[in-house]
Write a protein that binds this ligand. Sequence first.
Ligand code: OGA
Ligand code: NI
Length: 387
Amino acid sequence: MVVSSNNGHYDWAKEVKEFDETKAGVKGLVDAGVTKLPRLFVHPPESLQSRPKLDGVPLDLPTIDLQGLGARRSEVVEEIRKAAQEWGFFRIVNHGVPLQTMDAMLEAVKRFHEQPTEEKMAWYSSDVRKMVKLNSSLPSRENDPASWRDILSCNFSDDQLQPEDLPSACRKELQQYVKYMIELREIMAELLSEALGLPSDYLSNIECMKSEAVACLYYPKCPEPEKTLGTPKHADTTFLTLLMQDSTGGLQILHDDHWIDVPPVHGALIANIGDLMQIISNDKFISVEHRVVAQPVGPRISVACFFTPSLKAGAKPFGPIKELLSDENPAVYREFMFREYTNTTNKRRESRVGIASLQDSMNCSLILLEFVTHLLIFPCQCNKNML
Ligand code: OGA
Ligand code: NI
């Protein structure tokens, strides 16, 4: 299939294959000294546009301070409710993850990606069954461009992954970081339950966030950043994502139809509501689109922890939480199995895909497809508004 891009015509499948076979990722291109962006990475101008806010009022996402949670609980719950409803994204400070653990994790991710290519290659894989693997953001939809980043993804199913399965370059730091992510997830599960007006243990009991996929992201400096993206526009398909970014910047969220920068704040974490949480909250909380712009400086390091259901919960149907429904607030989505959800996401991809196997259906980081017009997947068949 010959593709027309801004840089002329090229054989998309051949370029994907050749790049994939190097197993050296985007970092490999930078190491080889590329000064011009390879065609495969050129994004169409409409994806690169920003829609700046015209009235010039700089907007920033809300910050939730968890300090002294015991005494300020109802205030914090109310702030989270508002942030999850109006922004879908918020910063968290005083979250209990030590600064040292965060900085050590960022350093370890850099160390992993900066190992000699020959050592790193052993982790490079497109096998969906592998719990730990390295790959690049290759497009899964035929003719789509690739993105300017490499990913080490580690899937902790039901919070479990054997330490020896983790790369030694970042094993210790990753284990430590995940331990704190799990602790913070428990706190967030309680606060989000309360923000929905449910008992504190509701989300924890339904085990909707009991597994985590940790994406250790490396965005090399880019020779022509204005032509590509680090992460294209997408919404996370998770229940909840907790993100740590280094001091480089580049993350943007689409708020009220404007791209808003999310500047890094040392020590803060970013939480965002995923599609599944929007579905079970029956649209009370929103899953918001975001992206990472490519930059002439780098590398930029970030770590995204995507929370998804436990194995047991994955075997039961999910849908809008019954306690939240009423005549005035009927279900917007029908019930579905988690597997059906991931299969649907896959099918939608495969319908236009030649290399779907390069992607992992469970790794939400990799589900970066604009055509998975999120949340239109499960409209409730009996919802009058949708008929
Ligand atoms: C993602 C994502 C943002 C970042 O991987 O889903 O949105 O800052 N990453 O790397
Ligand atoms: Ni994301």
